[in-house]
Ligand binder design. Structure first.
Ligand SMILES: C[S@@+](CC[C@H](N)C(=O)[O-])C[C@H]1O[C@@H](n2cnc3c(N)ncnc32)[C@H](O)[C@@H]1O
Length: 250
């Protein structure tokens, strides 16, 4: 298990300083970049007693292993990996708060850009947690954090050993699981997404695995008007989550 990791990008590091400043070991800012975009971050670091170091762009590029750091790189203690037990605690907490669970299942998303974008959508939609299988999925990497724009630091990501078993567990807790597949007969706008809900999305190439699909309570499609056969998983996630948000607000 990783002990330390690198987080970079203004929004990701800002979220880190706001939500778990105790994880920060070192913080580097680009030398000579004292512009307005970095000012809130410098203030947030100072407010929690974290000293930053000024470094040249080449140094930040090397630390981040990327040039996409926007002048901000942090070395941090690795986040605790959340598992089935943590999901159980979340379900108990939601029940005690009389909140209807709103969950997202990603069945084997492997591209960090897609996971980052899905976490960003999940945060914006008010999802309580994202569930992924531990194997054959990308975990929380620095690219995921950067693309998620701060959402990776706040949306709980549960990495479970057996996805089908976890799906049964949340169903027993009263959650209705809606799977997504282009060929499903009923569409997202016809589905009732108001109650305790998990939306299951498939992997980039293969879609939902057979067992995952069979474990869903219903399947929905997003109507497609053109010639392409499917949407990018993060785009499809955004559409389904925000249709659920629309129904749950109404
Ligand atoms: C790139 S697609 C996978 C395509 C794959 N060949 C398939 O047949 O499912 C990745 C995921 O995005 C979601 N998705 C993409 N387009 C969709 C659509 N039109 N309707 C429902 N879900 C869709 C599904 O969850 C799908 O598994």
């Amino acid at each position: 298990m990783k002990k330390q990791e690198i987080i970079f990008g203004i929004h990701a590091v800002e979220a880190l300083l706001q939500n778990s400043p105790e994880r920060v070991i070192e913080l580097w800012l680009l030398q000579g970049r004292d512009d307005e975009r970095l000012a809130p971050l410098v203030a947030a670091a100072q407010a929690v007693g974290i000293k930053s170091q000024r470094s040249a762009r080449k140094v930040l590029d090397e630390k981040a292993d990327s040039s996409q750091h926007q002048g901000v790189v942090a070395r941090v203690k690795a986040a605790k990996v959340l598992t089935e037990n943590d999901l159980d605690s979340l379900m108990v907490k939601l029940e005690s708060q009389q909140k209807k669970p709103f969950l997202l299942i990603l069945d084997g998303v492997t591209d960090p850009h897609n996971l980052g974008a899905c976490l960003r959508n999940a945060d914006a939609a008010g999802v309580h947690g994202v569930i992924v299988p531990k194997d054959n999925s990308v975990g929380l990497t620095s690219v995921v954090s950067k693309v998620a724009c701060g959402a990776a630091e706040v949306v709980p990501l549960f990495q479970v050993t057996n996805l089908a078993r976890t799906m049964r567990y949340i169903q027993e807790k009263g959650v209705w699981i809606v799977g997504t597949a282009g060929e499903a007969d009923s569409n997202v706008y016809q589905a009732d997404l108001k109650d305790a809900l998990a939306i299951a999305m498939g992997a980039e190439g293969k879609g939902l695995r057979r067992l995952t699909r069979e474990s869903c309570d219903s399947l929905i499609s997003i109507p497609m008007a053109g010639t392409v056969s499917s949407l990018n998983v993060s785009v499809a996630t955004g559409i389904c989550l925000f249709e659920a948000v629309r129904q749950r607000l109404g």
